[in-house]
Design a protein around this ligand. Structure first.
Ligand code: UN1
Length: 513
């Protein structure tokens, strides 16, 4: 993107080259004197400087969010839904610009940047429907002339901590739901992608203002994890912390929020595998594995990290994968011909290199890739997508490296494949390619995949918003987005109502003088 094009994009999204990083709906503010530089992962160009929020800024913002809750929870849910519908309309109008900004700041290719904004739009639509159906059951009482029911009430301000790889969609999954549920949101975006957060907040704030929503319902706080992040975790005014990131980070969050008995939704590391059966449709399996492993330069939580391939198919399948890998055009994510952009920063490239060194030491054989590319644009962030043949129990295969490294391995029986599949600490997403009903059903049965997401003839990444999103084991157990994930954003209340006048004790207990 030329400097003129960047300027135009910034203008359309209300961004400047120097900005403050905190807002609760009014102006942007910050007083820490601690400036964060935002560089393009592609060119290394300085895109903007953001003054991060300090403790005083956080205090001001949190007070607003707390006050806003009292007002927001009193607005009928369908009216809140109408406002979320308008956020969806505003996002539709800005889809092109916001999608381009995602590509510019995060480095994913434009079609994926636009797809990410589409996820925001989709979840807004989903939440509008929810706003009229946030319902609890009516239950039969054992007592005469009594009725029981469950209600769901707004919970309070929700702290949302997001990662760089989905710099706008994950905010939307949380916020569209939180808003219709009656909760304000305090968003701490990744320090690697603050511009996406600021631009999103500008779009949302305009809608909230036009609808007379008080300040504090939607806030952004760009700040350091070590002070602002930690303050959020310990803050009892945030009854729920929803966080996306590494397992290491999630363990810290779980401990600190758990110590105050707060709630968490944790969406942490994945180690997603596809089983490719000898009874699979080859073309379908190839397309899914290719997108899963190379898409977003392997920087999705749902990226395909392992292929467990039937020994009969292994050689043919890998030969086809390598042919695909060889034709991947790597470069500027905004160029429509590019299939793979850069990694987020030089640190990610070091992680890529360290993982490959470990893999080689642990008996791995690099079948394709394994190289850092000479900087085409001035930043050492481009790598070759890589395929490594290695054993599933090699220590490096047991960890998540946020880079396009695909570990491949062979199996003989489906039972063996499922055991290999589940023998990692993480449990986010998974898939099997097989036209055998028995194999496919076994994979999604109680003795099959132990992941939160398990697909048949569908890859591991690119989930739709309508399903609950999240995973088991070291992935953290949280669920966001579709299905009944909204329940985590509300407070459940069981009501027993006596309309008969006489007092009856449950369980037949008699208690009178
Ligand atoms: C993530 O990587 O944190 O399923 C989210 C997918 C996307 C979301 C990924 N819908 O790949």
């Amino acid at each position: 993107m030329t400097p003129q094009e960047t300027k135009k994009l910034f203008k359309a999204l209300g961004l400047k080259s120097r900005m403050d990083g905190a807002s609760y709906g009014g102006d942007w503010f910050a007083s820490s004197g601690d400036w964060l530089e935002v560089h393009s992962p592609t060119s290394g160009d300085l895109l903007a400087k953001i003054q991060q929020a300090g403790e005083a800024d956080y205090a001001k913002l949190m007070e607003k969010a707390d006050q806003a809750f009292r007002h927001w929870r009193a607005i009928p849910a369908p009216k809140r839904g109408e406002i979320v519908r308008n956020i969806g309309v505003a996002l539709r109008a800005k889809k092109g610009e916001l999608g381009r900004l995602v590509s510019l700041e995060m480095g994913k290719i434009l079609t994926e940047g636009l797809g990410e904004v589409q996820e925001m739009i989709d979840v807004c639509d989903f939440a509008v429907g929810l706003s009229r159906t946030l319902s609890g059951p009516t239950l039969q009482s054992e007592r005469p002339m009594h009725r029981m029911m469950e209600q769901w009430h707004p919970l309070g301000p929700v702290g949302v901590i997001t990662a760089f790889n989905f710099p706008v969609a994950v905010w939307a999954w949380n916020s569209a739901l939180a808003f219709v549920c009656g909760d304000p949101v305090v968003w701490k975006p990744s320090s690697k992608t603050p511009l996406c957060a600021i631009a999103t907040h500008n779009i949302v704030t305009a809608v909230l203002r036009a609808n007379g929503v008080p300040e504090g319902v939607s806030s952004v706080v760009v700040g350091r994890g070590s002070n602002i992040g930690e303050r959020m975790l310990g803050d009892a005014r945030l009854p729920l912390i929803s966080a996306t990131g590494s397992t290491k980070m999630g363990k810290r969050i779980g401990q600190v929020v758990g110590a105050r008995l707060g709630r968490t939704i944790l969406e942490l590391g994945g180690n997603n595998a596809l089983i490719i059966s000898d009874k699979a449709d080859m073309a379908g399996a190839l397309a899914a594995a290719f997108f899963g492993a190379v898409g977003t330069a392997g920087q999705r939580c749902t990226s395909t990290r392992r292929l467990i391939i039937h020994e009969k198919m292994f050689e043919t399948f890998i030969a086809k994968m390598i042919a695909n890998y060889k034709s991947v055009k790597i470069g500027d994510p905004l160029d429509p011909k590019t299939l793979m952009g850069p990694l987020i920063d030089e640190e990610a490239v070091s992680d890529f290199e360290a993982a490959l060194t470990a893999a080689r030491q642990q008996g791995g054989k690099v079948l394709y890739g394994g190289k850092v590319l000479n900087p085409p644009f001035g930043r050492r962030t481009f790598v070759l997508p890589t395929i490594v043949e290695i054993a599933n129990d090699a220590p490096i295969v047991q960890t998540e490296t946020f880079a396009p490294i695909l570990y491949v391995m062979r199996y003989r029986t489906i039972d063996e494949a499922i055991v290999m599949h589940n023998s990692v600490p993480q449990g986010l997403s998974s898939g099997i390619f097989s036209d055998s009903v028995a194999e496919a059903e076994a994979f999604v049965s109680f003795r099959g995949s132990d992941c939160g997401i398990a697909n048949i003839n569908v890859g591991t990444s690119g989930a739709e918003i309508g399903g609950a999103f999240g995973g088991e084991k070291e992935t953290g157990g949280g669920r966001e987005s579709g299905s009944d994930s909204w329940k985590a954003y509300m407070r459940r209340q069981t009501n027993t109502v006596n309309w008969g006048g006489e007092i009856h004790l449950a369980q037949g207990v008699e208690f009178h003088v």
